[in-house]
Every structure is written in structure tokens, then in C-alpha cells.
Design a protein around this ligand. Structure first.
Ligand code: LRH
Ligand code: MN
Length: 398
């Protein structure tokens, strides 16, 4: 029985959609709470965290107003602490868990010509050491995922041997993979360009997929939505990796031009909807499906915590619309080859205003239906602006 329209879902559909949204999980990024910018300028903001603990406080605040962001990803060494177990307990006391551990082999002077792919075996050894350290940190924080993104690449043809670098990369990944505990996995992230501008050693989903297949079942691909050539059909990559059982997660953000790291859904909400449609169609939204929905953004000029709350809401809105797609009607139109009808089913869902439904969901979850307004009224921003005067604000330290 198809619904009258997505805007007036049947009680059964409404229940299904609300249940799925209640289970949704979005992981925020510790570095998004810190100062960030471009090569031109980093504009410091008042109240920015100075420590991993203060980043956890801010992530807990986002969860307090959205109820669907119970984990925060860490980046090493930006979030290096003496006792990762203590940091995990600190987070737990605030209703949060520590999420993906992000390695950083892109800021050390030794890595100019690459980290794990560097022509110098000594440099490769150093970089592999960091990957292994991140696996150990994940054991201490209780994190499932170790996320690996490599800035490695070349700027000029002939600078280095493409195949040799792939071999070096494979050797490094194997060393890290073989250190994983049974409940841990490697998430390999690709990026088309920047900071290298001729080759990146993991430039696209295909290269990431090949390395993950070579490694084994606990290696999967991460799709950072800002890491593709303009015009790339990202939902196609989502569908293909889901079918292959090799989609590990997303670094959500959005862009108009390059790796702009803007709020997810702000530049292209229709693309985000199409991506979530593939996720819902594959029944991969529920946490048990194992897809990590992470934010990887930089709030260079806008207030950071409200921007992250807005980002979580954008993911919820795209998800609600995807959940309202009348799958039966869509399948029937597709089978009948009725192009316009099939497209209309998707557009009806996309053009549905789901904000009232999400406001009801939040009220139902004991939250203020307006998280942004509630945050502004909470006084939290004023509190941290006052408390966090002085000290060294956290940033990328680039
Ligand atoms: C690289 C990237 C990667 C992170 C970094 C913060 O562009 O997307 O995921 O390590 O941003
Ligand atoms: Mn990323």
C-alpha cells in the first residue's frame, strides 16, 4: 500500500521513519571545535577549546541538543593526552564515547616527499610507527575505527614511481592491519588532490577499494564528500561500495569548488539526500550496519558549535526525506520503465518539508524542537567564552 504522499505519511510510515531517525548516529570531529582556516588566514574565535577535554565538552553539548551525536572522533597528535583511558572516562561521564582515531602523517617535516610512501625507508618506518600507535590508542579509547588519510603524492611527472609508491603503501597498511584487534577496523580515506597536485597515492574510491580488498575484511573505504572531482556522482560510489560490502563510512561536509569542508548539506542538500537514499535503500542506516556517519568540517568564520548542531540537523533532514521515499512506488515505476514517475517519487520525498516531523521527534526525545535556539538560550557559549580566556587555543597547528 503506497502512501498518499510523503508529506502525509501513513501512521505506519511515520512510525518507521521516526524509529529510524531515533537510532541515527552522527559522529562529530574534535578538530571542528578548534580554530581552522585556509592558507590565507586562520581567524581565531572566542571560547575555542584548548584541550581534548574541552573539545569533548563541546561535543557533549552538541549531543545534548541533538541526541544523535554520542561520539567524537579524535585526531592524533592534535588530541594527544597522557592517559587515553582517562579521556574516554571523561567523555563517558558526559554521555559521550570516543570515536574514530585519525592518524596524522601529513604535518611532519620528514613527510615532504611522503609518509608511508616516502622514498626513504627510515621515513616510512617512522610513519608506520604512527599508524601502529593509532591502533594502540584505539584500544585504549575503546574505539572501533582507525581512519587513515594520506597527504602522500607527487607534484610533477617523474618525481617518483607511481607503482613503487603503491607497493610501499600496501606494506604500511598491512603492518597496521595486522595489529588490529578483532573488533577494530581500518577506514581508508581517498582524496583526488591537495596537498599534492599531480598524483595522490590514494586519489579515488577504486584505489582505496583495491587496497582494502588486499588487506581483508576489516579494511573499508571512507567517502569524504569533499574529495572528488566536481560533478562526481558520489551516490553511485556509495551504491557500488555498499554492494561490495566495502563502505566503512563517510566524512560528511559540502563544497562548491574543492575540499571546502563546509557544513554538510549547505552547498548541495540534494546530493546529500541522494547519498542517504542509497543508504536507506540498502538498509544501511541502522548502527548495526556498521557505517560510520562522521562530520569532517572546518568552521572558519561561523560559530563552531551552532554550525555543528546545524550540520547534524542537515543530516537528519536529508535522512528523513530519504526515509519518506515510497520504495514500493519507486520500484514499480522503475520496473515499468516509467522514467518520469520514478523520478517523481524521489522528488516528492525530497521536496517534503520534514522539519515538523523532526521537531516532533525531538520533542518526543525530550529535546527542544529547535536545537539552535535552545543552544543560544543555554548560555553555554557565553560560559566558555569567559572560562576559556587565555591559554593556547587548539587548532591544526599547521
Ligand atoms: C583530509 C581530511 C582527513 C582528515 C583531515 C582533517 O582533507 O579530510 O579526513 O584527516 O581532513
Ligand atoms: Mn576527511
Amino acid at each position: 500500500m503506497t502512501d498518499p504522499s510523503p508529506a502525509t505519511p501513513s501512521p505506519a510510515t511515520r512510525t518507521r521513519v521516526l524509529d529510524a531517525l531515533r537510532q541515527q548516529r552522527v559522529e562529530t570531529a574534535s578538530w571542528a571545535y578548534a580554530n581552522s582556516g585556509t592558507r590565507f588566514k586562520v581567524f581565531p574565535q572566542q571560547g575555542v577549546p584548548r584541550t581534548p577535554e574541552e573539545k569533548v565538552d563541546d561535543a557533549a553539548t552538541v549531543h545534548r541538543f541533538t541526541a544523535v551525536a554520542p561520539t567524537v572522533a579524535l585526531h592524533i597528535p592534535w588530541d594527544r593526552v597522557e592517559d587515553y583511558g582517562a579521556l574516554a572516562r571523561y567523555a563517558a561521564e558526559r554521555g559521550l564515547a570516543l570515536g574514530a582515531i585519525n592518524a596524522n602523517v601529513f604535518q611532519d617535516n620528514d613527510y615532504k616527499l611522503g609518509s608511508v610512501t616516502n622514498p626513504d625507508p627510515g621515513v616510512r618506518r617512522k610513519a608506520i610507527g604512527h599508524l601502529v600507535e593509532c591502533v594502540e590508542i584505539a584500544t585504549q579509547t575503546g574505539s572501533r575505527d582507525i581512519k587513515l588519510w594520506f597527504a602522500d603524492g607527487t607534484n610533477y611527472p617523474g618525481q617518483d614511481d607511481i607503482a613503487d609508491r603503491q607497493e610501499r603503501l600496501a606494506v604500511a597498511l598491512r603492518e597496521a592491519y595486522d595489529r588490529l584487534a578483532d573488533d577494530q577496523r581500518i577506514l581508508l580515506e581517498y582524496k583526488l588532490f591537495e596537498p599534492a597536485f599531480y598524483t595522490m597515492d590514494v586519489p579515488d574510491w577504486g584505489t582505496a577499494y583495491l587496497h582494502c580488498v588486499e588487506l581483508g575484511p576489516r579494511a573499508q573505504v571512507v567517502i569524504d564528500t569533499g574529495h572528488h572531482a566536481p560533478g562526481t556522482n558520489i551516490e553511485f560510489i556509495v551504491a557500488v561500495l555498499l554492494r561490495a560490502g566495502k563502505l566503512g563510512g563517510f566524512d560528511f561536509n559540502s563544497r562548491f569548488y574543492a575540499d571546502d569542508d563546509l557544513m554538510v548539506g549547505s552547498a548541495d542538500p540534494f546530493q546529500l539526500f541522494r547519498i542517504l537514499h542509497e543508504i536507506v535503500r540498502a538498509d544501511a542506516l541502522r548502527p548495526a550496519a556498521g557505517i560510520a556517519f562522521m562530520l569532517d568540517q572546518c568552521h572558519n568564520i561561523e560559530a563552531k558549535i551552532p554550525a555543528i548542531i546545524r550540520s547534524v540537523m542537515n543530516v537528519q533532514e536529508a535522512t528523513a526525506k530519504a526515509l519518506l521515499v515510497d520504495a514500493a512506488a519507486l520500484a514499480a515505476a522503475q520496473r515499468a520503465g516509467d522514467v518520469l514517475a520514478a523520478n517523481a517519487v524521489l522528488m516528492d520525498a525530497y521536496n517534503t518539508d520534514v522539519r515538523p516531523l523532526l521537531a516532533d521527534l525531538r520533542a518526543d526525545m525530550g529535546l527542544d524542537p529547535d536545537p539552535i535556539g535552545a543552544y543560544a538560550r543555554s548560555g553555554y557559549q557565553e560560559k566558555i567564552n569567559t572560562e576559556r580566556a587565555g591559554g593556547q587555543q587548539a587548532g591544526w597547528g599547521a
